[in-house]
Structure formats: C-alpha cells, structure tokens
Design a protein around this ligand. Structure first.
Ligand SMILES: [Mg+2]
Length: 242
C-alpha cells in the first residue's frame, strides 16, 4: 500500500509554523515499552490510548507487533483493556487501505481495533471520539495519543488537548527499508529540530499544558529502570477519583 499525500498535514504545517509548540510532546520515550500506563490512568485522567502503527507498534507496513514495542502494548492493554485501546494510522484504516484489508488483518493478527477514518492525522478527531463514546471517554483530554511523528501524531493530539507521547522510530537503516522515504526524511528533520536545536529547546519549554498532567517532575510517565525498581523517592500520588 502506498500512502497518498497528506493534505491535512500540509495545511497544518502553516499552523505549526505560527505555533511550533503544537509539535512539542508532553512525554518523550525511546519506545512505548518505557511508558507508565498505570500512572497515566490513575493520576492523569486518561481513559483511552490511541497508537500510531508504523514505527510505533510495528515495522512500517507490517501487521505484527515489533519486539521492542510488545511490552508497552501489553502494559497498555492490561491497564486500559481492549475497548479503550485503538490504532489510528495514516495507512491502515484510511482510504489508502483498499477494502480496509490491512485494518482487518491487523485486528486479526494483533487483536487491536483499527479506527476507520477518511481524513488523515491531524484530522480524524470525530472518528476517534465516536470510537470511544461508549467506553467512558467524554473529552479529548481523556485520551493519550502515542506516535513517532511530531507533525502528524503529536500535532493531532495537541490540537485537541490530548496527552501526547512521542517515541523514536522502531526501525532504522535496512530494517526501515519499507518506510515511506519522504516521511522518513521529514521525521528525521522534525526530530533534529525539536531535540537538537536551540529553537527546539525553546519550543519544548512552551508546550501546551495538559488538563490534568502537571509534568514529568510531578507525575513521571516514563519508566526509569532504577527508579522503577526501587521507587523514585517521591511521595506516592493520590489516585484520581474516576
Ligand atoms: Mg508512524
């Protein structure tokens, strides 16, 4: 399957130039296996998680979970349950996906719902809210968006007040040969600009606040191995009333 041009992303680029902090994630991890989904649910008011697919859960265009993401997906499913986890991809489940063949295959192989949506990220909010409407989600701030692309996944989440988690791509070099070349090049530029430039440092300081989560210092959503095993020395937080 070849991805068509994402006109929504191109249009949004203009907003991001004016408001670059739209592309700044709340949380940054190497892979989703570092995310503390338990704290996300208990302390941040999050009731559902949507994952990007390519290079977040799977190798590009693959339909089985990547080894490095398997623990993260298992943790998310254990905490939120199948009904409150879904994939929002710009390949599977879109009009590029003929007869939704890939979406159906992913749902069968991975057991994760794939949201069908006509508009590519950063479009698609309506379909996401509809998908979780019967599962306790009343507002986008109760959703966490997880993905490897700043200009699509993170901008999508931030535009609507979601909690946003950015991960590095699962595959690189020859492992990443199936990836869309242009998307791969743009992703490298995005990441370099945000994480390795003075502008990026300024942008990260001005990121959009989440309605509940107060920051990594107050409520860590990243597993730091020593802190995870021994405790991080902070007072335990009171869980939110559901
Ligand atoms: Mg991706």
């Amino acid at each position: 399957m070849v991805q068509s041009i994402n006109t929504k992303a191109l249009l949004t680029l203009a907003s991001v130039v004016r408001r670059p902090f739209l592309a700044a994630p709340h949380v940054h991890v190497q892979t989703i296996s570092e995310v503390n989904f338990q704290s996300m649910r208990d302390y941040c008011g999050i009731k559902a998680v949507i994952f990007d697919k390519d290079n977040t859960l799977t190798a590009p265009y693959a339909t089985e979970i990547h080894d490095d993401a398997a623990l993260g997906l298992k943790n998310a499913l254990d905490v939120f349950g199948h009904d409150n986890i879904a994939i929002l991809s710009n390949s599977a489940g879109t009009k590029d996906d003929k007869d939704y063949e890939d979406a159906i295959k992913i749902e069968r192989d991975m057991g994760i719902n794939v949201i069908r949506h006509d508009e590519k990220k950063p479009g698609g909010l309506e379909e996401v809210l509809q998908h979780f409407a019967n599962h306790g989600v009343e507002s986008p701030s109760q959703i966490c968006m997880v993905g490897d692309r700043l200009l699509t996944d993170i901008v999508f989440g931030n535009l609507f007040g979601m909690l946003t988690v950015h991960c590095m791509p699962l595959c690189s070099g020859s492992d990443n040969k199936a990836d869309n070349k242009v998307a791969s090049m743009i992703r490298t530029m995005e990441n370099n600009l945000l994480y390795h430039s003075k502008l990026g440092t300024l942008v990260m300081k001005k990121r959009i606040p989440h309605a509940v989560w107060q920051g990594e210092e107050t409520c860590s959503l990243v597993y730091h191995h020593d802190a995870n095993e021994e405790g991080n020395g902070k007072e335990p937080l009171e869980p939110l009333k559901q």
